[in-house]
Design a protein around this ligand. Structure first.
Ligand code: URA
Length: 434
């Protein structure tokens, strides 16, 4: 076999065999196939796509290129949640304690902020003392004891995806559904869970800008899970505006704690309850409706809040964060306001620009090695459909002397559109794909 023949076959729309896919992926990982041939192969896939069988194989080979975590030391059905990434997405901080408080083990490996989206690990590190790096033994021990542990990715998960993703990033081949689905699911399969709840974001702040491509991505991921004898449900959720009230690390932890106390943004609460209910359902706790009731009860009775406290303590964070989040979390006291420049209704928000504005304040990274500032971020006072008057504050910016306030303000100006005609508020849950 030669790389040329496999590239030609896919370029002409042929269906690849397992041997051919394995030959290309592992040849590239081992350094036997050069960047230029792998780039041509990826571009052929970009235009010709992979069918259901090819996607399942592509995913499996990338998953098996590194460690395959064995979660069998953890008792019970392990359900993982994955978000395709958004602005203000602190969902894991609420969903994980709800689900764990209902006795379902949550063994989660999460990522850091990159691009315009945030990362759970950076958010958790806003809590003084909190350890996001545990040995595998301690990780298993915590999940068995408390039903919850959230750590940064330590194992060597899907190195083939890492290498191929970097090449896709440089060759304009990221935004192809088969490649995105295989990339995400290879890491999920290597992570070892039995079932997955996939939060597929749709809109201006998401990878998928429209509902039909989001549905296609969701179906591709659910099918890949099924081909590997795992179950998955994808929840399509709105990212045409930031999620909840805050974006930025400490501010999002504060919002998560408030939500666990029964306060806060209603749409964010609905999203957390929906994802929790699907996770519990996949773990075998009962019908979706029953699991939704149980999740609500866990939130409303404070059971999930107590689980959050236990989780913070177990990972050596300051548990006083639950009582006094404003005191314990580093939150900048310097505030600048972005105001409306006309009367009307908020008609659209370019959410990706809002995420980048947050990075200019110091909340995210442009490069992997950049340091982040946990104390900065944005507070959203108005959302789509809200009536505003000239001079009303739309966004509060929590800044430090290092923040690039001018760039952030410019982006917010470009991001917010005000119209004279009334616009409707957005639904948070758009569709379910099973
Ligand atoms: N996230 C991933 O992990 N992979 C992709 O290809 C796109 C988003």
């Amino acid at each position: 076999m030669r790389p040329y023949d496999v590239i030609l076959k896919k370029r002409n729309g042929g269906k690849l065999t397992k041997e051919e896919i394995q030959y290309m992926i592992m040849g590239y990982v081992n350094g036997e196939i050069p960047d230029y041939q792998m780039s041509a192969f990826l571009m052929a896939i970009y235009f010709r796509h992979l069918d259901k069988d090819e996607r399942a194989i592509f995913t499996e080979i990338m998953a098996k290129s590194g460690d395959m975590l064995d979660l069998s030391p953890i008792k019970g059905v392990k359900v993982d949640k994955h978000s395709t990434g958004g602005v203000g997405d602190k969902t894991t901080l609420v969903v994980a304690p709800i689900v764990a408080s209902l006795g379902i083990p949550v063994a989660k490996m999460s990522g850091r902020a990159l691009g315009h989206t945030g990362g759970t690990i950076d958010k958790l590190e806003s809590i003084p003392g909190f350890k996001t790096s545990l040995s595998l033994e301690k990780f298993f021990e915590n999940v068995n004891k408390y039903k919850i542990a959230v750590v940064g990715q330590t194992a060597n998960l899907a190195p083939a995806d890492k290498k191929i993703y970097a090449l896709r990033d440089a060759t304009a081949t990221v935004d192809e559904i088969s490649l995105i689905a295989s990339s995400i699911m290879s890491k999920k399969l290597a992570g070892g869970a039995d079932a997955f709840v996939l939060d597929v974001k749709v809109g201006s702040g998401a990878f998928m800008k429209d509902i039909s491509s989001a549905k296609e991505l969701a179906s591709a991921m659910v099918e890949i899970a099924k081909s590997h004898n795992k179950t998955a449900v994808a929840v399509l959720t709105n990212m045409d505006e930031p999620l909840g009230t805050f974006a930025g690390n400490s501010l999002e932890v504060l919002e998560a704690i408030n939500t666990l106390k029964g306060q806060g943004d209603e749409k964010f609460r609905i999203l957390c309850l929906t994802l929790s209910a699907w996770m519990c359902h996949l773990a075998g706790l009962g019908s979706y409706e029953k699991c939704l009731e149980l999740s609500k009860e866990a939130l409303d009775t404070g059971k999930a809040l107590e689980k959050f406290r236990e989780f913070v303590k177990a990972q050596e964070g300051n548990e006083m964060v639950v009582e006094s989040p404003e005191k314990i979390l580093p939150i900048s006291s310097k505030i600048v306001e972005f105001k409306a420049s006309e009367d009307g209704y908020i008609s659209s928000i370019d959410t990706e620009k809002v995420g980048i504005a947050c990075n200019y304040l110091g909340a995210g990274r442009v490069k992997k090695e950049d340091n982040i500032d946990h104390s900065v971020g944005l507070e959203f006072l108005k959302k789509i459909g809200d009536k505003v008057k000239n001079g009303d504050t739309l966004v509060r910016l929590y800044v430090t002397e290092k923040s690039n306030i001018n760039e952030a303000m410019n982006l917010l100006k470009q991001a917010y559109n005000i119209s004279s005609s009334k616009t409707n508020s957005l639904e948070i849950i758009l569709d379910i794909v099973k």
